[in-house]
Design a protein around this ligand. Structure first.
Ligand SMILES: Nc1ncnc2c1ncn2[C@@H]1O[C@H](COP(=O)(O)OP(=O)(O)OP(=O)(O)O)[C@@H](O)[C@H]1O
Length: 446
């Protein structure tokens, strides 16, 4: 199985190309800019680089130069627009294997890639076994996202992670608050120490102090053995308290004391234990309102909120949706031992119109269920739960998409909505940029 790095900033187009290549037995990773591609090239042994010439942070030729100067050069194929053909020819003089100008047809892509890989196989001195990769291999456990909201979130994570500051994570249910907390821990100096996650909403208030600070055998009825509390378990590492707004007033006082004194005393013990923990908390309540109402201690609130991070709702991460869908499909395929290739166009339209009240968790569940129910290669509308297909938004837009007469009107509306940005409009319409251009020409919308 040959392993291709695809570098293309048009998310919908790159996704389509990736699925197409996967269907033809290639393993593909996608990057959207040069910076990410440079990191990937250092990390993985690819057989081929397939890159757009124009990228948000430079041009594909700089990647070509890097590869030519590396120890194990691989073939590079460039994608170009019509107007860039002369640049592509220059690139070939600098060592690119070939270029392919957009719009291109699928057979052309397969032919150029096939030729480039064949050339590599005959000229390469590296034993082929070393280059073998598994289908769809991804080294990422989570999706970082490329939407503006995700970029800001990732920036905040990168900034605060190496510090020792307490972080309060806000966000609706299922947005990924725990994943953010884990990411902060893994990027911190405490990454080799424990990460202990505690759901405060699930702890009965009577046993909360024993849960947090531990207890001695016989401290209360039922305490049959010594027990270590979460603070001690997390010593040296990170303690993540989810649903922190659910703590009783009494538990809030105990928590504040432990944080201020950096010591805990197990229930029934007279000895104090020194603890060094970094605290990360999460809530989907409005803690400021809780403070105003007197339900949450203001001093504790400030102690927890040295830095705050808001995790965006899935509906506000529109540009990430396909990435997440693809990630959850790969995951479901592995868990259920299936090999479904992707989603039908209608399904992607429904995904993009739906509001996702349950956020990433809901998307993940919907895809897992659909993967289980699907018997063909592609996930179709019939395996989606009714709450997705019965919403007014989706009824209207699906009808509209399926009738030719409305197409022109839809394109005009989409272009208006995104200030004539063709890439964004194509994403909204769930068609490729090239199809959008063709349709605009057909309807004389230039
Ligand atoms: N960046 C990400 N990449 C991939 N999967 C993610 C990402 N963020 C969250 N998830 C997945 O989404 C689901 C919900 O995430 P998580 O449990 O972190 O949400 P939460 O906001 O803590 O939820 P709750 O408010 O219910 O506690 C999980 O299955 C998680 O693995």
């Amino acid at each position: 199985m040959k392993y291709i790095l695809l570098v293309e900033d048009d998310v919908a187009f790159s996704e389509m190309l990736k699925q197409f290549l996967k269907r033809h037995q290639y393993a593909v990773d996608v990057c959207y800019n040069i910076q990410k591609a440079t990191i990937q090239l250092k990390k993985e042994n690819y057989d081929l680089l397939f890159t757009d010439l124009r990228l948000p942070d430079g041009d594909g030729i700089s990647l070509l130069k890097q590869i030519k100067h590396s120890k194990n050069p691989i073939p590079v194929v460039l994608m170009t627009g019509y107007a860039e053909v002369s640049t592509a020819v220059q690139a070939m003089k600098q060592g690119a294997f070939d270029y392919i100008s957009k719009p291109f047809n699928p057979d052309e892509v397969l032919e150029v890639i096939g030729n480039a890989l064949e050339e590599k196989a005959t000229s390469s001195l590296i034993p082929q076994e070393e280059n073998k990769k598994e289908a769809g291999k991804s080294t990422l456990d989570i999706v970082k996202g490329i939407s503006t909201a995700s970029r800001m979130l990732n920036e905040y994570i990168d900034l605060v992670a190496p510090t020792n500051m307490s972080v309060l994570i806000n966000g609706e249910s299922g947005t990924g608050k725990e994943v953010v907390a884990k990411a902060i821990h893994l990027e911190s100096l405490r990454r080799d120490k424990p990460f202990i996650a505690v759901d405060c909403g699930a702890i009965p208030k009577e046993i909360a102090s024993s849960e947090f600070f531990g207890h001695k055998k016989g401290a209360f009825t039922g305490a049959e053995n010594d027990r270590i509390g979460h603070f001690e378990s997390a010593n040296g590492g990170t303690l993540f308290l989810d649903e922190v707004g659910n703590l009783t007033y009494e538990n809030q006082v105990q928590l504040l004391r432990a944080l201020q004194e950096r010591k805990v005393k197990p229930v029934g013990s007279s000895d104090e234990i020194n603890v060094d923990i970094r605290l990360i908390t999460a809530t989907n309540d409005d803690l400021i309102r809780a403070v105003e109402k007197g339900d949450f201690r203001e001093d504790l609130y400030h102690r927890l909120n040295e830095f705050s991070i808001k995790v965006p709702n899935l509906k506000d991460r529109h540009d990430d949706l396909i990435l997440y869908a693809d990630f959850f499909l790969d995951k479901a395929n592995k868990q259920l031992n299936k090999s479904i290739l992707g989603f039908s166009k209608e399904v992607l339209t429904i995904f993009q119109n739906y509001q996702w009240p349950g956020n990433l968790r809901e998307l993940s569940n919907v895809i897992k269920r659909a993967t289980l129910l699907t018997q063909s290669e592609i996930i179709n509308v019939n395996v989606l739960p009714t709450e997705l297909t019965q919403t007014n938004d989706n009824k209207v837009s699906l009808n509209k998409f399926s009738t030719k007469e409305n197409e022109k009107e839809l394109i005009i509306n989409a272009l208006k909505e995104v200030d004539n940005n063709k890439t964004q409009a194509a994403k909204l319409l769930n068609i490729t940029r090239k199809t959008l251009y063709n349709k605009m020409k057909e309807y004389k919308l230039n």
